[in-house]
Design a protein around this ligand. Sequence first.
Ligand code: DHB
Ligand code: FE
Length: 289
Amino acid sequence: MTDTQHSPTAAGSGASATESFLTTEMYEAARQVPPERVDAVVRAVLDGVHAAIREHKVTYPEFQAAKAWLIQVGEGGEWPLFLDVFVEHVVEEVQAETQQGTKGTILGPYYLPGQKRLTSPATLPMREDETGRPLVFAGQVRDVDGNPAPGAEIDMWQADADGYYSGFAPHLPEGNLRGLVVADDEGRFEIRTIQPAPYQIPTDGPTGKLIGAAGWHPWRPAHLHLIVSAPGHRAITTQLYFRGGEWLDSDVASAVKPELVLDPQDQGDGTARVEYDFVLERDAGARAA
Ligand code: DHB
Ligand code: FE
C-alpha cells in the first residue's frame, strides 16, 4: 500500500472484526455444540498438533514462541482475521458438499448486517469522489430448475479501490460500498459499483508477522462479497473475482474457485459491465451463514 496514512492497522481492523463477530448470531450458535463433537474435533486438532511437533522435532524455544504468538493474536483481536484466512475455506468446502447451485466461498471477517436496502437497479453507497473503474454488475437469481426466484436479495460488500473495507478502516464513511439490493419480481438485478482492489492482510499485527516469518505473501485477489437469498431458498455466501486479476492463483485465504471469476467488458466509456446469474437450491430447513 502506498497510502500509509490511511493504512488500517491490524489493531484497528483486527479488533473491530473481533468486536463485530462477538455480536453476531453466528457466535450464539457456538453454545450449542454437543460434547461428543467437542471431544471428537478437539481431540483431532490436538492429534494434528502433536504429530507436527513430533515430525518437526519442535524445540522448547519454538514452543514458547508459538505460545507468545497465540497470546498476541488474541490481544490484537486477530482471531477472526487469522481463522477466516487460514481455516474457513475448509469449513466452507465441507458445507459445499451438501449445497447445489452457485458455488459458495468464505464469508471472511468483514460482513456487517443491516446495511441500507436498495431497490434494483441500484448504486452501492459510495463517496462522491470514489475512485476505481465503474462496474455494472447485473444478473438474475433462479432456482435449480431454472425458475426465477421472486423476492431475491443481494447483500453485497467490498473493498474500495485502495483495498479497504468501510466499518474497519476509520477513514471510510459508514456503509461505504455496502448494500442490500432487492431484485425485481423475476429475481433480476443491476448494481452499480466500482471494481475493488486486491486486499492485503494487515502486515503490522501477529497474523502479518506470521505471514512474513513464514515467507508467504499477504494478498487476496480483488473480490466482491455476496450473500444471495430468496424466500424458500437456501442462501448462498460467496465471492466473485476478476479475470486476469493479481493473486487469483495464490489467494492467501484459498477462497478462489474457477466458477466465481468474472470477466467484465469495457463499455467504451470507462465503465465495465458483467452479467452473473445465481442459482439457489430450495430450502430444506437449512440456513447458510
Ligand atoms: C480477510 C479479508 C477478506 O476481505 C476476506 O475476504 C477474507 C479474509 C481477512 O483479512 O481475514
Ligand atoms: Fe474480502
